[in-house]
Design a protein around this ligand. Structure first.
Ligand code: SF4
Length: 320
């Protein structure tokens, strides 16, 4: 599996109010410039508004979620208005479209679109029992358990944004490389190419995944592919930290050392140490590793996604 740079925009769903369309219950929007001006450089944004789609109109009476026999979406001022089934049916109906998407950006706190911040109220009072997903978002997660999801507001933070981009790139790569031919050999190739990037996100889970893929005959090919994809997406959902990245960079250097002079080895090791201490950016280390990469004849290190252009280098992590 060769490292491939991004050459075309990746289809990603988004709550429609986040692109600036006035579809909120009060006729307003919640435009996110991070989404429409920055992420749109690499994402082809597909807007969806579940509440408008089920015919609630704009403006409309607000709804909220109550904990009853189950979680229900009812009118905030008219509990007799129950749109629970309508919202879930809508998510079911558009599932074939969402299957073509490689991520979904959801509006926080919404009874339909929130991912983890939506209040779940007591059925008979104003108290909040918990915070969690809105009904549309929860149904999406049931249909597509590995689809990268994120809330609009959290994408204002550059580390969360970088993490979401990394997950979308990985999910997209999986659909291009493995999905059309999900034989175990290709699943293992995919894991191998992601190995050092995964290490940078979570060392322990990556080692466990390494053990898991070594016993490929324990499951059917379809189950094996599903399980590996799920574990990869779970590992990537952890934010990469400097310590784990340093470890992954040192592993990468280990594959190149035999092709470097003593001075070059020392210079590269010092650069990685400077990165570990926060004195040099990641891009400086990656640039030097890539510079030495052609000296190695070994496919494993050439295939490492860790050494491909990362989101910060694509200019997608800084936004003012
Ligand atoms: S949060 Fe979702 S349902 Fe509410 S206005 Fe935005 S897109 Fe529509």
């Amino acid at each position: 599996m060769d490292i491939q740079l991004l050459t075309q925009r990746i289809p990603v769903g988004i709550s429609q109010c986040a692109v600036g369309d006035p579809v909120r219950f009060n006729g307003g929007h919640k435009h996110s410039k991070v989404c429409t001006q920055l992420l749109s450089r690499c994402f082809e944004l597909h807007p969806y508004c579940p509440e408008v789609a089920i015919g609630l109109g704009v403006p409309r009476p607000p709804i909220h979620l109550i904990v009853s026999d189950r979680l229900r979406a009812v009118g905030r001022d008219d509990p007799g208005m129950d749109v629970t089934d309508a919202l879930e049916d809508y998510a079911d109906r558009i599932a074939p479209q969402v299957a073509q998407l490689r991520g979904f950006i959801l509006m926080q706190k919404s009874p339909s679109c929130g991912l983890r911040t939506t209040p779940h109220f007591k059925a008979d009072g104003p108290d909040t029992l918990a915070h969690g997903a809105g009904l549309f978002a929860a149904r999406l997660r049931e249909h597509f358990p590995h689809l990268p999801l994120e809330e609009v507001g959290r994408l204002n933070a550059s580390d969360i944004r970088e993490n979401f981009l990394t997950r979308v790139f990985a999910y997209d790569a999986w659909h291009r490389y493995v999905e059309p031919d999900p034989r175990p050999g290709r699943v293992i190739d995919f894991y191998a190419a992601y190995k050092y990037l995964l290490l940078a996100h979570h060392q322990k889970l990556t080692r466990e995944l390494g053990q898991f893929v070594s016993d490929v005959r324990a499951l059917t090919p379809a189950q094996f592919a599903f399980e590996v994809r799920g574990r990869i997406m779970e590992i990537l959902a952890h934010l990469a930290n400097r310590k784990d990245r340093t470890n992954a960079l040192m592993h990468s250097q280990g594959h190149l050392n035999e092709f470097l002079s003593r001075e070059e080895r020392a210079e590269l090791a010092q650069l990685i140490e400077d990165y570990r201490q926060g004195l040099k950016p990641l891009s400086a280390v990656l640039t030097m590793l890539r510079h030495y990469l052609p000296r190695s004849p070994h496919q494993f290190i050439h295939s490492q996604v860790l050494l491909a252009a990362e989101p910060a280098e694509l200019g997608l992590c800084d936004f003012r």
